[in-house]
Design a protein around this ligand. Structure first.
Ligand SMILES: Cc1cc2nc3c(=O)[nH]c(=O)nc-3n(C[C@H](O)[C@H](O)[C@H](O)COP(=O)(O)O)c2cc1C
Length: 402
């Protein structure tokens, strides 16, 4: 894929970044003292707020967590190639989401345990997506999630994520309910025929938020999915594709979207990182469907790398989970605002006027800059300092911080 041109600039206005590049502190609408100038601050606040077992459930992956680490490694092994004196000073960062305009090429991915992260729960996440103007995929694991997501964000860009837990009649009825509730796409997750083995302490017995029905999920076939695609008027996105052959099958059965994902490293261990699977999937799809990617996306630069390698849209999971845990709806909106700043700033620094102009010619192979650290700290190198400061303050005051 080579460079594409920027046909028009339908960007969403000012970047919110000052000429000096400094990020501003915005007051929280709830009147709280927290303002969160960086995502690092949000993650540190999330860690303070969450109990140890919920934190472990959110950040952890399957078995050795090698796939989880590779989701991140895949981004850290790519460097951006800059061009200068291009005259670019504004950027168009809007994207198409099955006919709806998304302010960023970013989706809030399906998370089944949002209600455990903050009292705002799925309502907070859906409202943040609606207020900011990006899609949210509402997880079918959430109790009454379909109805709650629709009520919370009636005019938002909403997709419904489905695990197939029944026969063809069951699946069609679920798709019909999603359509009736105003969802604009159906996301069928196919990488969880059984639950991945998650061992992270303190509670290795934690599969309490996602409960697979092994019978239907493990027996699901391409024919079943094809039948569902034919029956529902909604565009169907297949989530959890990492191989070219599966991407081709998904296109053949009429999928409107292919979602490249390792389930955030929570299912198959010892796999490739999602971004490393993107080139083969993108070549196989060859424009027949929209491509979405998630797994390890923590920064605006990650979004740009994924789009340069062929993704149309990029989803975030844990990143907005941290936002929700830190400050509910406001925290998710802050994560999106910071991501937008990062994407806009990086595009201007790269000399790129719009997302369509991104391509592999802007990337080079590189060594990870922080090889000795775990993936979360590699994406947020100042997190350790904030966490140390927080525990020192807590120790001094004798306060219980979580
Ligand atoms: C706590 C948690 C719960 C999740 N629940 C679901 C779910 O219910 N359905 C689903 O399709 N994916 C689920 N996922 C996977 C995410 O949709 C997404 O693929 C993954 O989080 C992306 O990786 P990232 O967290 O590194 O961004 C979950 C992920 C996490 C971290």
């Amino acid at each position: 894929m080579g460079a594409r041109s920027c046909a028009s600039d339908v960007g969403s206005g000012a970047s919110g970044i000052g000429w000096d590049g400094m990020r501003r502190r915005f007051p929280s609408p709830t009147g709280s003292a927290e303002t969160f100038v960086t995502s690092t601050e949000i993650i540190a606040a999330a860690r303070r707020r969450l109990a140890d077992d919920v934190w472990a459930y959110l950040v952890g992956g399957a078995e050795t967590e090698t796939t989880l680490a590779r989701d991140r490694d895949a981004f850290d092994r790519i460097a951006l190639r800059q061009r200068v004196l291009t005259g670019i000073e504004t950027t168009d960062v809007a994207a198409d989401a099955f006919g709806r305009r998304s302010r960023l090429p970013v989706i809030l991915s399906s998370i089944g345990s949002l209600d455990q992260l903050h009292p705002d729960g799925i309502e907070g996440a859906a409202k943040a997506a609606e207020a900011f103007g990006v899609p949210i995929a509402v997880s079918s694991v959430l109790k009454d999630g379909l109805v709650r997501g629709a009520r919370a964000a009636p005019s938002g860009i909403r997709w419904f994520q489905l695990y197939i837990d029944g026969d063809a009649t069951w699946a069609t009825a679920a798709a019909d309910r999603a359509e009736a509730a105003g969802y604009q796409a159906l996301v069928v997750t196919v990488d969880l025929p059984v639950m991945g083995l998650r061992e992270r302490p303190p509670s290795p017995d934690l599969p309490r938020f996602e409960r697979p029905d092994g019978r239907h999920r493990a027996r699901l076939s391409w024919d079943d999915l094809g039948a569902l695609v034919r029956r529902t008027p909604l565009p169907v996105v297949i989530k959890g594709i990492t191989a070219a052959e599966d991407a081709a099958r998904a296109c053949e059965i009429g999928a409107a979207g292919i979602w490249v994902s390792t389930h955030g490293g929570r299912q198959l261990d010892q796999g490739l990182g999602a971004l490393d699977c993107l080139p083969e999937v993108s070549a196989s799809v060859d424009g027949r469907a929209r491509i979405i990617l998630d797994g390890g996306v923590r920064r605006g630069t990650d979004v740009i790398k994924a789009i340069a390698l062929g993704a149309d849209l990029v989803a975030i999971g844990r990143l907005y989970g941290f936002g929700l845990a830190a400050a509910g709806q406001f925290g998710v909106e802050r994560i999106l605002t910071l991501l937008e700043e990062e994407i806009r700033t990086t595009l201007v620094l790269l000399g790129v006027g719009c997302l369509a102009a991104l391509g592999p010619h802007m990337l080079r192979a590189a060594h990870p800059a922080y090889p000795a650290q775990d993936p979360l700290h590699r994406a947020f190198p100042h997190l350790a300092v904030l966490l140390e400061q927080a525990s020192a303050t807590a120790a001094e005051s004798g306060a219980i911080t979580r």
